[in-house]
Design a protein around this ligand. Structure first.
Ligand code: IMP
Ligand code: MG
Length: 180
């Protein structure tokens, strides 16, 4: 498993420190708001559980399963919602959280869908951002780390369902997916 990670990009310590900073920033900027954190499963679960505990405000947490990826390493362009919210977000200040923004298709599609439900505000949060890969004008409002265009795994990020439990974020050896 670990032998397929060719390089550690972000250590657990770097991730923890950055997540604390992001939580502190959100705490300052969302004081007195009606915060609902929407976690895009599965990948964002690891980041979101740490991030929400770094936000010192009352908030509610919702989960969505949306997928555009198969088992490959690039987007199919379409987003399917397989698990939707359990509560209305009308009038709420929503933070949509994903592990990584890549093409931007997921955030663009889910944001558009959520805006129809009339939240008071909607902002996006991504731990990692592969800016070079964007196919649309989508920008995340809160970004943990801008990373190079390489396929990464760990801290929730997977390749074909594997590697999510690595405590760091590492670059997957391209040999793993080129032979798949
Ligand atoms: P987007 O819709 O292309 O922005 O892709 C966002 C989704 O693609 C994320 O939620 C991830 O599931 C997946 N993804 C993009 N890049 C990577 C990567 O390097 N490693 C693992 N998953 C990735
Ligand atoms: Mg994902």
């Amino acid at each position: 498993m670990k032998e397929n990670v060719k390089e550690i990009l972000l250590t657990k310590e770097q991730i923890d420190a950055r997540v604390e900073e992001m939580g502190a920033q959100i705490t300052r900027e969302y004081a007195d708001k009606n915060v609902v954190v929407i976690v895009l499963l599965k990948g964002a679960a690891w980041f979101a559980t740490d991030l929400t505990r770094a936000i010192d405000l009352p908030l509610r947490t919702e989960f969505m399963v949306a997928s555009s990826y198969g088992d490959g390493t690039s987007t199919s362009g379409k987003v399917n919602v397989r698990l939707d919210l359990s509560e209305s977000i009308e009038g709420k200040d929503v933070l949509l959280v994903d592990d990584i923004i890549d093409s931007g298709v997921t955030f663009a599609a889910i944001s558009a869908m959520l805006m129809e439900r009339k939240p008071a505000s909607l902002k996006t949060v991504a731990l990692c951002d592969k800016v070079e890969r964007r196919v649309n004008g989508m920008q995340a409002d809160y970004v943990g780390f801008v990373i190079p265009d390489e396929f990464v795994v760990g801290y929730g990020l997977d390749y074909a369902g594997d590697y999510r439990n690595l405590p760091y974020i590492g670059v997957l050896d391209p040999a793993v997916y080129s032979k798949a």
